[in-house]
Design a protein around this ligand. Structure first.
Ligand SMILES: Cc1ncc(COP(=O)(O)O)c(C=O)c1O
Length: 392
């Protein structure tokens, strides 16, 4: 191996590329490709959210700023949560980060050291396990089960994975890639197990508003106290169509605010002020936009279910939330290989299920928050490819 590469830490050398990135890199320059691989909708950020950001920039807000976020945004986050979660939150509970990803990174840096373990039900978004391995901590993956058209989390199996090295249970609900959503009873059981073991709940609720059973999904905020071991990651990316802005937040007990600010200081030293100005407007004025996006997602979900559910080779669970369809193809044993073939042969791009960890192989993930005619065309291309007998 090249000497320069060998000089890197073993963890960084060993970390594989996310299969989502591999698929996107393979397909994104292909003429006419319909991409369903990445987790974002087709709509640009509403102008109403962008305008305060451009005005701020033009008005010269171009200097260093508060490491944990401007007070106006932290207060807007408190207002938003008080409005949607039915109890009072304070600005001190919210720390602004570089996207949801940096909220996750900040959280795991604070709670997991070398050889410490974080339990993750899988299939799961690969961006928990990757950063854990890079910092020398250990993701402990507990596969969920798929049967009779449903994904299920076996809580006994989940809690049996707790060891003296466990620092947290990481739960993403609604789930990327499954759309599976934890019930309030499941959240309570996880809360109780974490309290008993004295470990953290690492919650990722970035799809909380993309829920088809009500105005938002059941949340750890419904069942936990404000000052307990709960770190909750969230982002502007999904609800407000702001993936490219790279702004998110970490919600935590207020006792931790100063510590989290220090960790942010040594990672990014804070998020650009002008971006945060747009985020304030998104929170205060974005509810109608979210409702509209979720309705579009629900209609698209139904379109996808209708197109796939009667195909004999396909297995799927109807998602309760998020905006992904995770579907199995009978006989498929190498989802990466099949993903690349579908890109090449049908000009449609999915993400390979195997990249989402144990339990994910044999499945593909499709992000369906797309323009309906593009969705229909992509489904037509894929189902034709499948029906015309392509050996998997
Ligand atoms: C489950 C989950 N958490 C967090 C994120 C991170 O969001 P961001 O784009 O803001 O980093 C994503 C993005 O795909 C996600 O799917």
């Amino acid at each position: 191996m090249n000497q320069i590469l060998k000089a890197l830490t073993p963890q960084v050398q060993a970390e594989p590329e996310s299969g989502i990135v591999t698929a996107a890199m393979h397909g994104f320059t292909k003429a006419g490709i319909i991409p369903f691989w990445s987790g974002q909708g087709n709509l640009p950020t509403p102008e109403a959210f962008s305008r305060p950001a451009t005005e701020s920039l033009l008005n010269g807000e171009t200097f260093y700023t508060y490491q944990g976020g401007i007070p106006e945004l932290r207060e807007a986050l408190a207002r938003y949560h008080t409005r949607h979660y039915g109890r009072a939150f304070e600005a001190a509970n919210f720390l602004v980060t570089g996207g949801g990803m940096q909220a996750i990174q900040t959280a795991i840096q604070m709670i997991a050291g070398e050889d410490d373990e974080i339990i993750i039900p899988t299939p799961a978004w690969p961006n928990y396990a990757g950063p854990l391995r890079i910092q020398g901590s250990r993701p402990v993956e507990v596969p969920m089960t798929f049967s009779n058209g449903k994904w299920a989390l076996d809580l006994d199996q989940l809690f049996a994975a707790i060891t003296p090295r466990t620092k947290a249970i990481c739960l993403n609900s609604p789930s990327n890639p499954l759309g599976w959503t934890a019930t309030k009873a499941e959240l309570i059981a996880i809360r109780d197990a974490c309290r008993k073991a004295g470990i953290w709940i690492l919650a990722d609720e970035v799809y909380s508003r993309f829920y088809y059973g009500g105005s938002r999904a059941p949340s750890f905020l419904d069942v936990c106290d404000t000052e307990e071991q709960l770190l909750l990651c969230n982002t502007f990316s999904k609800n407000w169509a702001m993936t490219g802005w790279r702004v998110g937040w970490l919600q935590a007990p207020k006792t931790l605010a100063a510590t989290i600010e220090r960790v942010i200081q040594y990672n990014t030293s804070g998020t650009a002020v002008f971006l945060q100005r747009g985020c304030v407007t998104a929170l205060d004025e974005g509810d109608a936009f979210i409702v509209d996006q979720v309705e579009k997602a629900r209609a698209n979900r139904d379109t996808v279910v209708k197109a796939l559910k009667n195909l004999p080779q396909i297995r799927l669970a109807i998602p309760d939330g998020a905006f992904y369809m995770f579907f199995g193809i009978e006989g498929m044993t190498d989802s990466m290989k099949t993903t690349l073939r579908i890109i090449d042969e049908a000009n449609v791009g999915f993400a390979p299920g195997g990249t989402f960890g144990p339990g994910g192989e044999g499945f593909l993930r499709m992000c369906y928050l797309k323009e309906p005619s593009q969705l229909a065309e992509g489904l037509e291309r894929f189902t034709t490819w499948l029906k015309t007998g392509h050996p998997i």
